[in-house]
Design a protein around this ligand. Sequence first.
Ligand SMILES: Cc1cc2nc3c(=O)[nH]c(=O)nc-3n(C[C@H](O)[C@H](O)[C@H](O)COP(=O)(O)OP(=O)(O)OC[C@H]3O[C@@H](n4cnc5c(N)ncnc54)[C@H](O)[C@@H]3O)c2cc1C
Length: 473
Amino acid sequence: MNRREFIGRVATAAPALGLARQAAPTAPRAIIIGAGLAGLAAAGQLREAGWEVTILEARARPGGRVFTLRAPFSDGLYAEAGAARIQDSHEYTLQYVKQLNLALDPFWPTEGHSIACVAGRRIRGPQGAPLDLAQVPLDFTSEERTMGLGGGLVKFLFSHMAAIGDPTAPDWPTGDVSRFEVPIAEFCRTNGASPAFVKMVALGHDLSGMSTLQFLRDTALGAKTRQWFKIRGGNDRLPAALAATLSDHIRYGAAVVRIEQDDRSVRVTSITAGTHTTISGDFVIGTAPTPLMAAIDVSPALPEATRRALAEVGTLPMARVHLQTNRRFWLDRDDTGWAATDDPMDVWDYTRDQPGRRGILGAYLSGQVAKDVTAMTTAARERFVLDRMERAHPGTKAHFEASASHSWIDDPWARGASAEFHAGQISRHLRALRTPVGRLYFAGEHTSPWTGWMNGALESGHRVAAALIARAR
Ligand SMILES: Cc1cc2nc3c(=O)[nH]c(=O)nc-3n(C[C@H](O)[C@H](O)[C@H](O)COP(=O)(O)OP(=O)(O)OC[C@H]3O[C@@H](n4cnc5c(N)ncnc54)[C@H](O)[C@@H]3O)c2cc1C
């Protein structure tokens, strides 16, 4: 059965999401670590197949890295701390959106102007158009100036995409991908990009730690995307609706600290308010991000390859700081609120399609600047981002009312935004991250081709549930 048929079969089973079947007395039992989208998807699939499931979730809410901030915003406004955008090629996410009767709005604006702040210059251009290099005061080669930003990205990066193979193949990467297992800047330079052009790649983000192979895989998987969406009312509506169908099977505030297994069963120990509880099952699915899976004591010890993969695969350092303003003043001058700066900072208007006159400009911070912001007090984060936002969108300070921030770096149950495979790590570790060890199976965005997306988390939950169902047959 291919992926599309599998999704189709899930779609026809939609009512089961709301009506979890009573498990038969002999039903196999799965214990799932984490009520993020991977854990919820796996649980839903297993319930549908008649399994007994228990989800142990350390937080007091479902959704993990899908987290919509509503406080302290006024007038019912909200903004995303985590997952924000859905691509029209993200079949798993869209299938759940449909099953759970959620409404979508377009994510990107299609009209107006966005801002780029590069090398001290503020450049305004049509939303969605590649930045005009003629306006950027950097030392590009004449070929780069002729090709423009879009042409250069194709030449130095995207034209190599086909050579990475099919990232959805179960045993990917298969061929020799060693030339892609280098940082993105190095890959671009090797292919002839000037230092000036390298600065323009992924403007607004610090992806310096990421392997080119991860970047190209993501680009390849998104190549067919034409439209982007967000969930009306906040993206947390998806995990909330999914968790509601599984409510009796979730234990919140239960932090898993130990997994024991033998050839017949598993025992999983969690701590709630200082009290240890051990439950037994037939299988366990770990969906926690790599640093948190690595921290769980597993007996017998995991194979060396699994231990190293969990310990070594990096996570993207990211933080979001959102600023509420008393008006969407940027709209007065036909700006969208979107901006990308070389500090670096990426800025989105979260309140497009939300009612009222107040607005929220959100700063997306990555790399060292995200680490710096994480170390600041709330008030200092606010001042830091206000200063930068004022340069991108003059008037922010005059209209500012309140801020909210979330750093994924010091979030105790995430320890980073999503998996960041450093140079060499996909080749070295991806297989081990996906390979079960006895009765312990691994899901989560980091195990999926769609790393860093809700789609990846959901796909991984389906993959592992299907493997368990097949094994128990
Ligand atoms: C800043 C940011 C931006 C993003 N942007 C997008 C986007 O635009 N579009 C998109 O589709 N995706 C985006 N994502 C990615 C998306 O949010 C994730 O890929 C997805 O939510 C991961 O789901 P998961 O189930 O794999 O992991 P998680 O959501 O992290 O779920 C794992 C769960 O395990 C729990 N847990 C951890 N340790 C333990 C333990 N020891 N015991 C019990 N429970 C534990 C955690 O609390 C968590 O609830 C973004 C993420 C971030 C952080």
